[in-house]
Design a protein around this ligand. Structure first.
Ligand SMILES: Nc1nc2c(ncn2[C@@H]2O[C@H](COP(=O)(O)OP(=O)(O)OP(=O)(O)O)[C@@H](O)[C@H]2O)c(=O)[nH]1
Ligand SMILES: [Mg+2]
Ligand SMILES: [Zn+2]
Length: 285
């Protein structure tokens, strides 16, 4: 019988199987050879009164942060409190492009964010679908539902950005946390990724918040390919990384000067490029 892993805590897996969630354990040899992930499609057998996971189907993709396999859409949440970490947003977008997953940007807590913040996000990420939602007032929840219908969707972002409350607004029974009044940061309430099978054909994963993410698998000279706005500028030299060259030699820098490329996005690109260069030049092969 084929099932979908919806949750995992140590050796115990919850599997969506024939219309209900059962608990299963992997067969010994599978446990050793392969770490199963939430989102994996698995072959299960019922032996006595126990369910055993015998094997898993091939994955179409796999994410480490959040930890999940086979997603179609990653909803990246940003808001004003906690303060948005746009490096994290940029890196998550890069991971999506790398894995051929559709990124959707969700400005959460629309009921309390400023218009200035919304404008800023809209101009920096103009190339993405952006939803401005409030899980408190239900603003734009219907539109988001329509966009994710029929696809396995994971929510991602910093702790307390509102992933669990949004999951609940979309119909899940997720537990929301709070923000520390002192640091204005989240408290890492959600500890495990969990897929909720909801009505209206919604398959939604609530995930733990995180702040660290590396993109070290990408060679620094390839970073530019993950920026749609650079592709649009069509720089004339294929080898140009749009950093060292004079403005007259680089179409990306020209577009930047003409305000056709967002300066903040570009500045973060330069920082990520420098970090990656340092990593690639000092890594141990
Ligand atoms: N005003 C307002 N507050 C919200 C909204 N969504 C979430 N919050 C609040 O933000 C805080 C954190 O929400 P969570 O949903 O627990 O955040 P999370 O992203 O799941 O956090 P972790 O599980 O720690 O990763 C809670 O106090 C929520 O009530 C919203 O749309 N509007
Ligand atoms: Mg949560
Ligand atoms: Zn260039």
């Amino acid at each position: 019988m084929k099932g979908l892993i919806t949750k995992n805590i140590s050796d115990s897996y919850e599997v969506w199987l024939n219309g209900s969630v059962i608990t299963a354990k992997p067969r010994g040899k599978l446990k050793k050879s392969d770490k199963l992930l939430v989102g994996d499609y698995v072959e299960c057998n019922c032996i006595g009164n126990e369910y055993i996971i015998e094997g898993r189907m091939q994955r179409k993709n796999q994410f480490v942060r959040p930890s999940i396999a086979n997603i179609d859409i990653l909803c990246i949440l940003v808001t004003e409190i906690p303060i948005a970490d746009k490096y994290l947003v940029d890196k998550l977008i890069i991971k999506c492009f790398e894995n051929k997953i559709k990124p959707i940007l969700v400005i959460s807590k629309k009921d309390i964010v400023s218009d200035k913040f919304v404008k800023e996000i809209e101009s920096e990420y103009y190339f993405l679908d952006i939803f401005k939602v409030s899980a408190l007032t239900n603003e734009s929840i219907g539109e988001l539902k329509t966009a994710i219908k029929g696809k396995l969707t994971a929510l991602a972002g910093q702790s307390a950005v509102g992933k669990s409350k949004l999951s609940s607004a979309l119909g899940a029974l997720a537990i929301e946390g709070e923000i520390s009044k002192k640091t204005l940061r989240g408290k890492h309430t959600t500890r495990h990724t969990e897929i909720y099978i909801l009505k209206d054909d919604i398959l939604l994963a609530d995930t733990p918040g995180f702040s660290r993410l590396d993109i070290n698998e990408i060679r620094y000279t390839d970073l530019k390919y993950y920026y749609p706005e650079f592709e649009n500028a069509k720089c004339r030299y294929a080898s140009c990384d749009h950093i060292e060259q004079k403005v007259s030699d680089c179409f990306v820098k020209m577009a930047l000067n003409d305000c056709k490329i967002n300066q903040n996005r570009y500045n973060r690109y330069v920082e990520l490029y420098k970090d990656l260069k340092q990593y690639w030049e000092t890594r141990y092969d």
